[in-house]
Design a protein around this ligand. Structure first.
Ligand code: SF4
Length: 190
């Protein structure tokens, strides 16, 4: 697997200050994608053991809330395999830090019903993800006022609860579907 970037102080892709890994390769090719240079699996540089170690070190400070995996597509099968060791290590070293992932694949219909039936590594990989923001980017549903997503079709899923219940359980931050008002930038700055 290749990756494009590691962001060291990311405050946009999950709660708190986070380390974000932008992996290379995505087959969804959504119209209006924010990061089309990430579609190429050969873009960026190789993800090595040193990169893994670098991320473990970057996660160390107490003010770092957790790790976010995005791209590109972290759930392309080859990328899942390459990321499995990283997520295992992160949970081993920092059991209290959370792991968020962004995927164009749907948690229930594509990840659990198809990939997890086909690949043992998906069954394992998904267990290390705390929160999954799922769904392709739909330009016609684009909404800049909703947190952590580009379009309103995308869901914020509580993965451990969903795995336990064997159905999609939305995360408390999914204000759109949970009935809360989506946070609008500046709305609480009076
Ligand atoms: S899934 Fe994400 S990275 Fe891939 S094309 Fe869609 S918006 Fe772009």
């Amino acid at each position: 697997m290749n990756y494009l970037e590691i962001k060291k102080y990311d405050i946009s892709n999950g709660p708190g200050v986070r380390i974000s890994l932008f992996v290379s390769g995505c087959t969804h090719h959504c119209q209006g994608c924010f990061n089309p240079e990430s579609w190429d699996f050969n873009a960026g540089k190789p993800f090595t053991e040193e990169t893994e170690q670098e991320i473990i070190e970057l996660l160390k400070p107490d003010y770092i809330h957790g790790l976010t995996l995005l791209g590109g597509e972290p759930f392309e099968p080859g990328n899942q395999q390459a990321l499995l060791n990283l997520v295992k290590k992160v949970k081993e070293v920092y059991p209290k830090k959370d792991i968020w992932a962004f995927s164009g694949y749907l948690f229930d219909k594509q990840i659990m019903d198809v990939m997890a039936q086909k690949y043992d590594f998906t069954k394992e990989f998904i267990k290390y993800i705390d929160v999954l923001v799922d769904g392709e980017f739909h330009e016609e549903e684009k909404d800049l006022s909703i947190v952590f997503r580009g379009s309103r079709n995308q869901r914020i899923i509580d993965v451990p609860k969903s795995l336990k219940k064997k159905e999609v359980v939305l995360h408390e931050k999914d204000a759109i579907r949970l009935g809360g008002a989506p946070w609008k930038k500046g709305a609480d700055l009076k």
